[in-house]
Design a protein around this ligand. Structure first.
Ligand code: GLU
Length: 306
């Protein structure tokens, strides 16, 4: 049986892009009689106060979503993540990293852009004595050693993907120096323990998937199937940004009914052939991944918005 999920980071109200992702994850699972779960990814507690997570759940209910278990809140699961981190530490896969932000920036190769930093492995070469001495003055981050080999998977929409973790990504952080667990670790542990076997999420996370597959390998977890969905753009092809306030639910629900919002998204994604109001329930029988666009999805507009 399919178990799908929607795992929002509640740093604001739900936005059209999140709603599209939730809708596709939900329809994919429900159209095949599967289970659907919701998880609140509020690891970064200062950015994601409880009330925003509660609001996300309220928004999802308002839109007509239902789910099969009490939602998990990542902020409450530190002990679970620690358990799996300890397991990898015992396997000798984890090492402390004392590099400061400034050191990481300085060691970056000139051709690396602002977003991509392949860690140079400086702390991987510290002896146990050196690491113990440094730990007296500075709390380290914890990094996972990655192998010099290709991780491959087939994405449901984007097809065959491969990445050499050592070359393209580098040893990555499992726990930050301030104690916050890394997103990759939390996602992998939570999906596995909840029995999630189908992950539907935005294309912006496609590049994190090889790291997550490697973590599953280290922890002996099965790999779910992955379907990354195209970005939603405005009618002119520009990426929708979180700062476009008129695209979050506060503003949307002032101008449109739930069925209008969902129908517009379903049409933009290719599920409906015309832009007409539809509830989630009405979309379940017409959903088919074969209809879903692979290129960026341009948001349709209701005539009243033009
Ligand atoms: N929490 C992530 C986000 O809101 C999604 C993580 C995932 O679906 O794996 O962007």
């Amino acid at each position: 049986m399919i178990t799908g999920r929607f795992a929002p980071t509640p740093s604001g109200r739900l936005h059209l892009g999140n709603i599209l992702c939730a809708m596709l994850a939900y329809l994919s699972a429900r159209s095949r009689g599967g289970r659907f779960l919701v998880r609140i990814e509020d690891l970064d507690v200062p950015r994601c106060p409880r009330r925003l997570g509660e609001q996300v759940l309220k928004d999802l209910r308002f839109l007509g979503f239902d789910w099969d278990e009490e939602p998990l809140w990542q902020s409450e699961r530190g002990d679970v993540y620690r358990h799996y981190l300890d397991e990898m530490t015992r396997q000798g896969l984890v090492y402390p990293c004392f590099c400061t932000r400034a050191q990481l920036m300085a060691s970056r190769a000139p051709n690396q852009g602002d977003t991509q930093t392949v860690y140079n492995g400086a702390c991987a070469r510290l002896s146990a004595e050196e690491a113990a001495r440094m730990a007296q003055t500075r709390a380290p981050a914890l990094r996972l050693r990655v192998p010099d080999r290709e991780m491959a998977f087939t994405d449901g929409l984007y097809g065959s993907q491969r990445e050499n973790l050592a070359r393209d990504c580098g040893d990555f952080i499992l726990r930050r120096s301030d104690g916050l667990y890394g997103y990759q670790l939390a996602v992998v542990v939570d999906d596995a323990l909840s029995g999630v076997n189908e992950v539907v999420r935005g294309r912006d996370i496609l590049s994190a998937t090889p790291r997550q597959i490697y973590l599953q390998e280290c922890l002996g977890f099965p790999t779910p199937s992955y379907i990354h969905i195209p970005l939603l753009t405005d009618a002119d092809g520009r990426r929708l940004a979180k700062r476009d306030r008129d695209l979050d639910l506060t503003e949307l629900s002032r101008r449109h009914s739930v069925e209008e919002i969902l129908g517009m998204l379903a049409f933009s994604a290719g599920i409906l052939e015309e832009c007409r109001p539809a509830s989630l329930r009405q979309l379940i029988p017409v959903f088919d991944w074969g209809k879903v666009r692979r290129e960026d999805m341009r948001l349709a507009r209701w005539e009243a918005d033009e």
